[in-house]
Design a protein around this ligand. Structure first.
Ligand SMILES: [Zn+2]
Ligand SMILES: [Zn+2]
Ligand SMILES: [Zn+2]
Length: 284
């Protein structure tokens, strides 16, 4: 399984283009791995997690093609994770040739929000109708948490995120060829129900990717902080949820409390995890 980080920032990107804080200025100075776009992940070349606002830029900048993307697992409808204009721009009506049918998976709450936004702001018609699916070369699949489902060659389980409770936010475990990745953003501390489900489904992860909105000197809140990431990784290891060579990565990194990449990466390595950066490719 090949995993590509298309973006690793929280909602406001990093540096936040309008911000002169120390972290943003440092990131501008350093460039490279310190420049973060809004979070999204590509698994192999055909499964996307989140139709995020920066996936076009990521595809161009990091030379990773999205032309074979046939599946999208949507975490939730917040604007830093879902840009519905991609559904229009990738459709035959916008001149796109050869794109496969896009199978789009999301909770019913997320789909309801998406349909409201799509009709009101973008297209003036119902995203969830079969006519729209035909027009947009799209197949919509409502999903429920804790019920495993199959997506092409992948086995997937969605877990309820501790985030935006009315929006049906999801975290995902994705398995293929005996390798499993857990994508855990956006969320505050994982719900006990989720920990139990990891065990019920006998999951063991090769790669764990966790929300790291808040930095080393901040408390967690509606998202995880650095210290909560450390605690989560430790608990996963203690409970046997990590394979022997498993790696844990931070993503969804906000500018307010997190230093630029080299300094944050140093802190992370000293504390048992790693920091993802845009364009990072993992082969597991
Ligand atoms: Zn977010
Ligand atoms: Zn800033
Ligand atoms: Zn969110």
């Amino acid at each position: 399984m090949i995993i590509t980080f298309l973006g690793t920032a929280a909602a406001n990107a990093f540096p936040e283009a309008f911000c002169k804080c120390k972290n943003c200025e440092q990131a501008r100075l350093l460039g490279g791995t310190s420049l973060r776009k809004r979070s999204a992940l590509l698994v192999n070349d055909d499964l996307l997690i989140d139709l995020g606002p920066d996936i076009m830029a990521a595809s161009q900048m990091h030379g990773c093609s999205l032309t074979n993307v046939s599946y999208c697992l949507q975490t939730h409808p917040h604007a830093d994770h879902l840009d519905l204009s991609h559904l229009l721009s990738r459709s035959p009506g916008f001149g796109v040739m050869g794109a496969p049918l896009l199978n789009f998976y999301a909770s019913s709450e997320t789909l309801k929000r998406a349909a409201e936004t799509f009709e009101r702001d973008l297209a003036g018609y119902d995203l969830l109708s079969s006519d729209s699916e035909r027009t947009l070369n799209l197949k919509i699949h409502p999903i429920e948490p804790l019920h495993p489902f199959t997506v092409g060659r992948y086995s997937v389980i969605a877990f309820p995120a501790n985030h935006a409770p009315t929006m049906g936010a999801m975290l995902y475990a994705v398995e293929a060829n005996g390798r499993t990745v857990f994508y855990g953003t956006d969320t505050a501390t994982l719900l006990e129900q989720t920990w139990q489900a990891f065990h019920q489904h006998q999951l063991q992860f090769d790669v764990v990717i966790l929300d790291h909105t808040y930095g080393p000197n901040q408390p967690g809140n509606d998202h995880l902080s650095a210290h909560q990431v450390i605690e989560h990784v430790k608990r996963m290891r203690d409970e046997g949820l990590l394979r022997p060579n498993a790696r844990a990565f931070a993503t969804h990194i906000a500018h307010e409390g997190n230093p630029a990449h080299p300094e944050l990466a140093k802190f992370a390595v000293q504390n048992g995890y790693e920091v993802a950066y845009d364009g990072l490719v993992l082969e597991i």
